[in-house]
Design a protein around this ligand. Sequence first.
Ligand code: F6R
Length: 610
Amino acid sequence: MCWIFAYKWDKEASPFLLEWLKNLEYRGYDSAGICEINKAGEFYIEKAVWKVSNLATKVENSDKELEWYNTWIAHTRWATHGKVTMENTHPHYSKNERFFIVHNGIIENYIELKKELEDRGYTFYGETDTEIVAKLIEDMFETDIETTIKKVFRRITWAYALGVIDRQEPDTLIWVKIWSPLVLGLAEWEYFLSSDANALARFAKTYINLDDWEMVVIKGNTHKIISLDSGLSLDKQIEDITYSEDNYALWDFSHFMEKEIFQVPEIIDNFIKWRIDFETLEIKSNTLEELAAKDFKRIEIIASWTSYNAGMTASYLFEELASIPTTVYVSTEFKYKKKFINTDTLYIFISQSGETADSLESLKVVKNKWGFTFWIVNVVGSSIARLSDLGLYTHSGREVWVAATKSFIGQIWVLLIMALYLGNKKDLEYTKYKEILACMQKLKDNVSLVLLESQKIQKVAKKYAHYKDMFFLWRNIQYPMAMEWSLKCKEITYNHTEAYSAGELKHGPLSLIEPSFPTLLINPEGRFTDKNVSTLKEIKARDGLVIWLITKWDKNKDLYDDVIEIPHTIEELSIFPVSVALQLFAYYAARELDREIDKPRNLAKSVTVE
Ligand code: F6R
């Protein structure tokens, strides 16, 4: 699914470019490949299945002098069309081995194009849609590569970013962007193209965000960006890239997931400094002021999994604190359901990456019908942020590897702030507002205490990692927490976990309870404690094992099998310590099973295909 490219002029290229490719591996790690050409049109292509380090080993052992090559395309793959094989690994090439391409996205009409090409005598070495484009370029070639690509793009339907090199024009590099993300990084005498700006941070100082239906042509050391609609050259805004070495270092942690969970107190601290004045009890945000003035009567939230779970949490917050009825949709479903877009409704799109294709497409549908769109995004300058009407960043820092942790905390924090702000402008009781803000001031310490007790959580996780099935249960605002941590455990332990509202257990899932099927019951102090004790008893009556996630005051110690304790805070804020405790639980369970935690099988961080 994902790729990068680097173009250099008159300088050594390869060693650091492989390093760079590793930075993009989070976008897909099924296989990786590079193709480099020099000014004489000689080429070197190398591919490897699975990790970029496998590719790096092959490159290191090759007798090619890599510094010699100036133009470079590379790709890390998340398989869509065809298995994870060498044949299907990018870059792909034409029959005459003149054109090499890498591609992120899906060519929807590839079967039709393949048939046409087969009728004209072409054969195919692999199963990918990308190889078909390489052969189509050869088939449609006319005059030069720029003219040819302008014709070819009209034949291939839609949703891709595509990079092409032509050995007959070795100083030219062409990219086309339609829906899949693409940025152009600029440095002295160098150009970089990449699926996102994050991966450019070490190498380029500035970048240009490319929009749909745009083409980049780099010739020698000049570049132009052309509109594919009008054919005109465009003058695009150049933005700065911020780079911090800390984002790339693992410090003393074993995995990036662990590091990112341990960054949560710092993130909470930053949020508090930026947004809340505890003297005046004011939330400071011009964006929220503008939003409140619009007085929306309903909210619809659209997002994909972890971000959807943050949206589900927000639906409780918006309804309880701001009295605004809220509905939440997974973007894959929202996109295709009948829409009743109206001006009284606020449409919120939540996304860590800001590039998730399903959410982006849903956003475009709402915008086309004149709905007011609001983004909550982590990656600065990403497509969802650029396309929506208004929004807030979650400022959770760079989150690279697959499991979303600190960004989820950032999302629920921003959503809580929004609900409080809008509630305060409406009918939220001032005493409640003040109580929540006062407790928010202590939240950093509260979450830090959970991290301090991480060894206790590790002990419980080690035991339960060996059960193949598990339920996560809770009621009300903690229900999305159960959904989120069931998802996290699935992703990185490969165990089967399911989340239910605790009250629903007796309506069916209870039949699965037996000693080999444990339940994690989330029960911080609050309105639902007694009801959860009833659920606990129902499970114990059927010999089920129970981990009880509680605040320290609990008095049911003899009822459950194991316990995870969290410090007390008010109900609305307990989602924060609960989240961190369960993130640690999932992390330690996966570690016990010796899983590849930062790169779980079959997944990629940023899902830019539908
Ligand atoms: C799970 C996870 C995914 C993402 C989902 C949406 O740990 O990270 O479920 O939440 O792919 O991604 P974003 O938030 O980037 O839109």
